[in-house]
Design a protein around this ligand. Structure first.
Ligand SMILES: NC(=O)c1ccc[n+]([C@@H]2O[C@H](COP(=O)([O-])OP(=O)(O)OC[C@H]3O[C@@H](n4cnc5c(N)ncnc54)[C@H](OP(=O)(O)O)[C@@H]3O)[C@@H](O)[C@H]2O)c1
Length: 284
């Protein structure tokens, strides 16, 4: 099996390629320097040349706040880029897995969003990711759409790295405590995605580590596990204004994973412990 992975230079793509290689799969990981997905001709030529059995499309414009002011670039990458990838996949008859986000939902209520719930994004990034979902659904029958949330992995920037950096200079931090969701460790997710592409169980899935928390609870657990003496003050979303509106409820139901026989990811606290060990090994 040959698998083309976009977003290789990011958090998720990096771990997906690593996981596939460990299983002896021919993984081709590409970043923007290898292929600009917003260039239709190049996308088609590249996909035709490599002729993969599966494309795992992890690449995206992920700067949620910046997207509100740089809409054109965000659209070109997340909507047009996904369209070109999907069209190329169709032409060469390739399975496509599209990685999406909890930000496609409006964040209302307190119940976990189900896979079949109707998206209604509140920010521009979420809107473009939802447009990408619609394109994939319209163009291809053999597709997976996997919505994930609050991603952390070894290769890139994320909330945990920011908290650890801040702990070097601060002994007290204000962190938002009224947005609920689940962290997703790319090491754990990569295993699931590589399992999934080897099946024909197509459709929309939600995937994240087990359990829910707020960003403030996440931060407290990071400091506790990393033995950092930092006090976390839980504040409201209104007290921490950001350029993009974020959904308050990012809880995702993962019932469909279970219904289809896929193994749920570990609890987020266990994933965090594993990740801190991974970070420590990288430093040593
Ligand atoms: N991060 C999160 O918290 C989060 C939450 C929910 C869903 N997601 C989704 O999960 C997926 C993976 O996220 P991530 O955190 O791994 O992303 P990331 O670390 O920000 O990496 C983004 C990747 O996209 C590539 N890329 C950007 N523009 C490109 C272009 N024009 N052509 C080709 N490649 C381009 C980047 O390449 P360069 O490095 O070369 O620029 C990089 O490899 C994305 O689809 C994202 O929407 C992320």
């Amino acid at each position: 099996m040959k698998v083309l992975v976009t977003g290789y230079t990011g958090q998720l793509g990096h771990d997906v390629v690593r996981e596939g290689k460990l299983r002896g799969i021919n993984m081709i990981g590409i970043g923007r320097e290898d292929l600009d997905i917003a260039n239709e001709v190049e996308v088609y030529q590249y996909v035709q040349k490599t002729n993969p059995d599966v494309i795992i499309h992890c690449a995206a414009y992920t700067a949620v706040d910046k997207a509100e002011d740089d809409k054109e670039t965000c659209w070109n990458v997340n909507v047009l880029g996904t369209k070109y990838i999907a069209k190329a996949a169709k032409k060469v008859n390739t399975k496509l897995m599209y990685i999406s986000t909890d930000y496609v939902f409006d964040g209302k209520g307190e119940e976990p969003f189900k896979e079949a719930d109707k998206p209604d994004p509140v920010g521009y990034y979420g809107l473009t990711k939802y447009e990408g979902e619609k394109i994939v659904t319209d163009l291809l029958e053999e597709h997976f759409i996997v919505r994930i949330s609050w991603v952390f992995g070894i290769n890139g920037h994320n909330f945990i790295k920011t908290m650890l950096r801040l702990s070097k200079t601060r002994d007290e931090l204000n962190v938002v405590g009224d947005q609920y969701g689940s962290p997703t460790y790319t090491f754990d997710l990569a295993r699931l995605l590589v399992d999934m592409i080897q099946t024909e169980k197509y459709g929309v899935y939600h995937a994240s580590n087990e359990g829910f928390c707020t960003w403030a609870e996440f931060a407290s657990e990071i400091f506790q596990q990393a033995n950092k003496d930092v006090t976390v003050n839980s504040i409201s979303t209104e007290e921490y204004p950001t350029r993009a509106v974020r959904p308050k409820n990012s809880r995702l139901s993962k019932q469909k994973l279970i219904d289809n026989g896929f193994e749920p990811l570990p609890k987020w606290q266990d994933a965090l412990q594993h990740y801190l060990n991974e970070l420590a090994q990288e430093v040593n």
